[in-house]
Design a protein around this ligand. Structure first.
Ligand SMILES: C[S@@+](CC[C@H](N)C(=O)[O-])C[C@H]1O[C@@H](n2cnc3c(N)ncnc32)[C@H](O)[C@@H]1O
Length: 219
């Protein structure tokens, strides 16, 4: 396992062949989807908003957000089109509310074909699996691509500023500075958000696995 478990050759094919589309986004399906919806609603999401779910996987959030939002107001991106498609087929009860073309394969956070209508975005459990250098260009792309963005919800693992090695999160998950699951210093995430043109506020809310929620607002 190098930089991300998702990059292991054949990872998606093998897991999908075994019917494990829920497991590979972390399992805890309803619980985590509920947390995601709760966070979005607390941050002011309304049915008429346009939501981008970055690294949406098999639609763990999508299976609740799509019925909540007005039809066609949800977009998802992920490194794996096959994973999103499995979620679309298996987890979406009313497919008429989401054109399949709004699930876009994108592993470089370039957001091809995602309209500039997006006013809310969420990246949950995505940068926890990617090395630190992935975040700054992604934030810059988000800031540039979506001029109407009001809020970006981002989860990360944090470690104390002076930590040098692995760190046990409050939920028991052990995170690392140099391999997945990755943790970051709070000050570094804040600096990267500011450099990309956002102000960042941490929320104290407890999240599964001890992730922390940052809410970024265009400065
Ligand atoms: C822990 S899962 C979380 C999925 C989803 N956000 C959720 O909460 O259900 C991480 C997701 O990030 C996706 N991913 C990993 N690397 C990525 C990249 N470079 N670009 C986009 N998605 C990526 C994976 O395919 C996977 O769906």
């Amino acid at each position: 396992m190098a930089q991300s478990p998702y990059l292991a050759p054949g990872f998606y094919d093998r897991a999908l062949a075994q019917g494990r589309h829920r497991d590979i986004v972390g399992g805890r399906w309803e619980e985590t989807a509920n947390y995601q919806m709760e966070c979005l609603l607390e941050e002011g999401l309304q049915p008429g908003h346009h939501l981008l779910d970055i690294g949406c996987g098999s639609l763990r959030l999508g299976h609740m957000a799509v019925p909540y939002l007005d039809p066609s107001h949800y977009w998802g991106t992920d490194a794996s089109a096959a994973l999103m498609l499995r979620g679309y087929e298996v987890e979406l009860s009313d497919k008429s509310r989401l054109p399949q073309g709004q699930l876009v394969e994108d592993e470089s956070f370039a957001f091809p074909g995602i309209p500039d209508l997006i006013d809310h975005a969420i990246a949950w459990g995505v940068f926890t699996h990617l090395p630190p250098e992935a975040l700054p260009p992604a934030l810059e792309n988000i800031r540039r691509a979506f001029p109407r963005l009001q809020k970006l919800l981002l989860t990360v693992f944090l470690a104390p500023e002076d930590a040098t090695g692995s760190h046990r999160q409050i939920d028991g998950v052990v995170t690392h500075p140099g391999r997945p699951p990755w943790h970051r210093r709070q000050s570094a995430v804040e600096a990267e958000a500011h450099a990309a043109g956002f102000t960042l506020n941490w929320r104290e809310k407890w999240l599964p696995r001890g992730q922390r929620l940052a809410v970024l607002v265009p400065a």
